[in-house]
Design a protein around this ligand. Structure first.
Ligand code: SF4
Ligand code: SF4
Length: 487
């Protein structure tokens, strides 16, 4: 029998900084360059003692991923790090125009501080919309996404339509990669509006909380048909996009997201099946945030992070089951996190990057022209607290807005390297924290991670995903999601 190769002295095998987490059967290693590996308990013990035989398969694998300190390929690692953090060199590309605070629905968890009254007081005027678009074009970013939100933005259709036409005309000189997006309950769509938006390839997103009884319970509508209206328009818009698609153009289709309340928790499979039934290609399972109306009725519709994670795990299993049967259906949070874990994502999702996108990746323009770090910061202002206000489109320059104290405070406080627990967390290379959530729930933009609900949810979601990617069949499905990912 061949003698085992001698182990080189531990002192020769030095370890760089790394994160580790005990999963069910093994240990997860991660590092600042975003690489990860799984080690058995025996391998992990050798690794921490610096006793992995040099040139063994494990040693070579770890060396390639930057886990052996004396063998770091700095140029390759720096290139990979820079690619994953390219957002640090970019300017705000997402500009959210809150066209009105009015809404025709009364969702149990509404975070938008929507109201029912007086259009003159709560709608964005054309003068303000034009100033907001002019401000958006001041951003040096070559990509501009102008997103219309509310309330229900379709209640202010004349301004929305004019804003799209103005943006397109302005872009003839600017030559940016300009896109429009609408976040709406779809209930006020009609043929003219749908044609206008589809012809301009606007990205259209709505809420769909599951089958009729669940959706209508969460999202009350005066005419009692909230689910029917959403589903009807999802089908019609899918048909229109398909019909109008020109040869060579990438496919475009409406998308939807599901906000999970306590009422949804027992129905993970039904929610997923509803999306599969409608032929939607992705589902965004969003945990409830204790903001706005949801905060007031939290005892009725809120839950603990562990309850959401149990729901999420069941839903993800059901989604994977649909994929195994040949249906292409992905989950958006998983897609965002997996693109960081398995790919070279450069942080286009504003809420899961470090620092987060507040003011440095996005700006939100309220109906009155006030500008905020993001829509969540703007919502807080509607409840009377303007801490995330950066300025106003009429009285401040673009430079004033992006250099405002609030912008700097958010960038600083959402940098995970400034948080003691995050600094040691294995998920830091892929994670992000939210100053607005921290401020709302814990009274400081810094947040206290050991008792932070958002941190608990994401940590759990990372656990679920890192467990799943060890199964070859599931990994294959995840890679397929990333291969035809569209933003
Ligand atoms: S927020 Fe939580 S999960 Fe994310 S890096 Fe910090 S400690 Fe880890
Ligand atoms: S403050 Fe929160 S909501 Fe606003 S951009 Fe940052 S992570 Fe997103």
């Amino acid at each position: 029998m061949a003698k085992p190769a001698p182990i080189k002295p531990a002192a020769l095998l030095k370890l760089p900084a790394f994160g580790c987490r005990r999963l069910k059967d093994n240990f997860l290693l991660t590092n600042d360059w975003g690489f990860h590996d799984f080690l058995s308990p025996e391998e992990f013990s050798s690794f921490t003692k610096g006793a992995i035989p040099v040139d063994s398969r494990l040693w070579l694998r770890l060396r390639q991923k930057g886990f052996i300190r004396d063998h770091l390929e700095f140029e390759d690692l720096a290139r990979s790090w820079k690619e994953k953090h390219s957002f640090l060199w970019e300017a705000p590309s997402l500009h959210i125009l809150v066209l009105t605070l009015r809404c025709n629905q009364a969702c149990s968890y509404c975070q938008s501080a929507s109201v029912k009254t007086d259009p003159r007081r709560y709608d964005m005027t054309w003068r303000t919309a034009r100033a907001a678009i002019d401000m958006a074009f001041c951003s040096p970013s070559p990509d501009l996404s102008i997103e219309f939100q509310g309330g229900e933005p379709l209640l202010n259709w004349p301004v929305l339509k004019r804003a799209v036409e103005y943006g397109l005309a302005k872009n003839r000189g600017a030559g940016k990669n300009l896109r429009f997006a609408l976040v709406s309950n779809f209930s006020l769509l009609d043929r003219e509006k749908a044609d206008f938006l589809v012809a301009r390839r606007a990205s259209l997103c709505t809420s769909l909380d599951g089958p009729g009884p669940i959706h209508d319970l969460n999202r009350a509508c005066p005419s009692n048909g909230s689910h029917g209206l959403s589903v009807g328009w999802i089908k019609e818009l899918t048909r229109l996009y398909k019909q109008r698609r020109k040869p060579g153009e990438p496919a475009c289709r409406p998308s939807a997201l599901a906000t999970i309340t306590a009422r949804t928790l027992p129905h993970a499979q039904d929610v997923v099946d509803e999306y599969a039934r409608l032929g939607l290609r992705s589902i965004f399972l969003r945990p409830l945030s204790p903001f706005g109306r949801a905060r007031r009725v939290w005892r009725e519709i809120g839950y603990e992070p562990a309850q959401f994670l149990s729901f999420y795990s069941q839903a993800l299993d059901r989604i994977l089951e649909h994929n195994r049967r040949g249906k292409r259906l992905s989950e958006k949070t998983a897609e965002i996190l997996l693109s960081k874990i398995l790919g070279q994502d450069n942080g286009r999702y504003m809420d899961m990057r470090s620092p987060c996108g507040a003011a440095i990746g996005q700006l939100a323009y309220n109906h009155d022209g006030d500008v905020y770090t993001c829509d969540e910061g703007r919502m807080l202002a509607c409840a009377g607290d303007k801490i995330f206000r950066l300025g106003n489109v009429f009285s401040d320059s673009y430079r004033n807005l992006v250099c405002a104290t609030g912008a700097k405070a958010c960038a600083w406080s959402s940098n995970l390297e400034c948080h003691p627990l995050c600094l040691r967390c294995a998920y830091r290379p892929y994670c992000g924290t939210c100053p607005v959530y921290n401020y709302q729930t814990q009274g400081s933009i810094w947040g206290v991670m050991p008792s932070n609900g958002r941190c608990a949810i994401y940590k759990g979601v990372f656990d679920i995903l890192f467990e799943r990617i060890q199964r070859p069949g599931d990994l294959e499905i995840f890679k397929n999601w990333l291969a035809d990912r569209r933003w």
